[in-house]
Design a protein around this ligand. Structure first.
Ligand SMILES: C[S@@+](CC[C@H](N)C(=O)[O-])C[C@H]1O[C@@H](n2cnc3c(N)ncnc32)[C@H](O)[C@@H]1O
Length: 228
């Protein structure tokens, strides 16, 4: 195995030595507090070693699904989930591409994705897929960056060089608000908001609840777009 490959696989091992180990629990708490979802299925797209999914699992009752295009990452994700004490039956890991996810419509109440978006090819297709797998009344939190529950100094120390809006690198194009708005425009039914808070850039999207789901229904409390 080449050194480069070893290094990239090492990034998927989620333990105290992970460069972002202190951030994932804070980002998970931020998502749960802001979006108000703590049960139902949570899908993490581009889950890698599943650090965010694992931390969401620790503080919610959600059933957990991690999807990634890289099977080697998924093997490490399953190991990480075990070593963090999550029961095997609670986590599903599946290989797939955000542009054509092998998942049914209305699959998850909460869809998250951190740090995968720079690698996507077609943002219209990817957001259409995310909207498709989102349950009516569900919310998604997709983007990249760190948690506002950290100090800005710490977040800036963690930020890779290419993640700047003025960077001509193709991987940074999604950081532009107009670029994201264009990708989201075809989703006429979706309510979405772009958050740029100095810690990260995130798209929060909601799918309208079915009128037959009344608030308080045990199958799914509709989650309106939160105040953010
Ligand atoms: C920088 S890692 C982020 C991993 C993890 N979410 C985290 O926060 O540590 C990006 C991940 O996105 C995955 N990825 C890239 N393109 C993808 C695609 N088209 N569909 C699904 N996953 C993808 C990569 O395999 C990789 O695991």
């Amino acid at each position: 195995m080449t050194k480069k490959k070893q290094d990239s696989l090492a990034f998927y091992r989620y333990d105290d030595n992970h460069p972002f180990a202190s951030m994932y629990p804070l980002l998970a708490r931020q998502i749960v507090e802001d979006l108000g979802i703590s049960r139902g299925r949570c899908l993490d797209i581009g889950t890698g070693g599943a650090p965010l999914l694992i931390e969401l699992g620790k503080i919610t009752n959600c059933e957990l699904s991690g999807l990634d295009i890289n099977p080697e990452a998924l093997a490490l994700a399953a190991q990480n989930a075990r070593s963090h004490g999550l029961p095997e039956g609670r986590c599903t890991f599946l290989e797939g591409d955000v542009h054509a996810m092998p998942l049914p419509d209305d699959y998850a109440r909460l869809v998250v994705s951190r740090g995968s978006i720079p690698f996507w090819d077609d943002y219209v297709v990817a957001f259409r897929e995310i909207y498709r797998v989102l349950q009516p009344g569900g919310l998604s939190f997709v983007g990249g960056g760190f948690s506002r529950f950290q100090s800005l100094e710490e977040a800036n120390r963690m930020r890779p060089d290419w993640a700047r809006k003025d960077n001509p690198d193709k991987r940074a194009r999604w950081l532009r608000r107009e670029f994201l708005a264009e990708a989201l425009a075809p989703l006429a039914q979706a309510d979405w908001r772009i958050i740029e808070d100095g810690y990260g850039t995130w798209v929060v999207m909601s799918k309208p609840a079915l009128t037959s789901i009344s608030a308080g229904d045990s199958k799914g409390v509709p989650h309106a777009m939160p105040e953010l």
